[in-house]
Write a protein that binds this ligand. Structure first.
Ligand SMILES: NC(=O)c1ccc[n+]([C@@H]2O[C@H](COP(=O)([O-])OP(=O)(O)OC[C@H]3O[C@@H](n4cnc5c(N)ncnc54)[C@H](OP(=O)(O)O)[C@@H]3O)[C@@H](O)[C@H]2O)c1
Length: 167
C-alpha cells in the first residue's frame, strides 16, 4: 500500500492561503513541490484545483468534490477522500500518494497521513485558510533545512519532513 503524504507550505501561524490563492510567490518552494510530487498521484480539494487552474503535469490529478456533475479537464473527479486514495492506488504503482490541499482536505487527511512535507515560510501574513495543528507527540522530525531568502524568494523557508511516530 502506498504511503499517504501531505505536502504544504505555511507561515509559523499556519496560514496557507488567502482569497483562494497562495499568499506568496516562492519559486524555490514550487520547485520543491514539483520535485517531491513528480510521478505520484496528487489529491486536492475542488477549490485548490480551481486555484491552480490546470492539471499538474506528470502526475495523476485527483479532485475531490461533492458536486455530482463536477468536471475537471485533465483530472479525475471523485466524491470523497477515501475514493481519491483508492483511485490513486488503483491507477498508479508509486510508493507515495500526495494530498496537496487545501485547508479543508488537509483537515480530513491528516489523521491518515504517514508523512508531512512541510515548508515553513518565515514571515507573518494575513490569510483565510490554515493548516491544522499537528499533535507534537504524533510526529518525528526526519529532516529540517533552512534556506535563506534571495532576490527571487522574499522569505526564508524551512523545509521539514515529519514522519508519523511509531510507523
Ligand atoms: N500553502 C499551501 O501549501 C496550499 C496548498 C493547497 C491549497 N492552498 C490554499 O488553500 C486554500 C483552499 O483551501 P479550502 O479549504 O478553501 O478548499 P479545498 O480544501 O481546496 O477544497 C474544498 C472543497 O473540496 C471539496 N471537498 C472537501 N471535502 C470533501 C469530501 N469529504 N468529499 C467530497 N468533496 C469534498 C468540496 O468541494 P465542492 O464545494 O465542489 O463540493 C469543498 O468545497 C486556497 O487559498 C489555496 O491557495 C494552500
Amino acid at each position: 500500500m502506498a504511503e499517504l503524504c501531505l505536502i504544504v507550505a505555511m507561515t509559523p501561524e499556519r496560514v496557507i492561503g488567502i482569497d483562494n490563492t497562495l499568499p506568496w510567490h516562492l519559486p524555490r518552494d514550487l520547485q520543491h513541490f514539483k520535485k517531491t510530487t513528480m510521478g505520484c498521484p496528487v489529491i486536492m480539494g475542488r477549490k485548490t484545483w480551481e486555484s491552480i487552474g490546470r492539471p499538474l503535469p506528470g502526475r495523476l490529478n485527483i479532485v475531490v468534490s461533492r458536486q455530482a456533475n463536477y468536471k475537471a479537464e485533465g483530472a479525475e473527479v471523485v466524491h470523497d477522500l477515501a475514493a481519491a486514495v483508492r483511485l490513486a492506488e488503483e491507477q498508479t504503482e508509486t510508493s507515495q500518494v500526495f494530498v496537496i490541499g487545501g485547508a479543508n482536505i488537509y483537515q480530513q487527511a491528516i489523521a491518515l497521513a504517514a508523512r508531512i512535507y512541510l515548508t515553513v515560510v518565515q514571515t507573518k501574513l494575513d490569510g483565510d485558510a490554515w493548516f491544522p495543528q499537528t499533535v507534537e507527540t504524533e510526529w518525528v522530525e526526519e529532516s529540517n533545512n533552512l534556506v535563506e531568502a534571495d532576490d527571487k524568494n522574499p522569505f526564508d523557508c524551512r523545509f521539514i519532513t515529519l514522519k508519523r511516530s511509531g510507523v
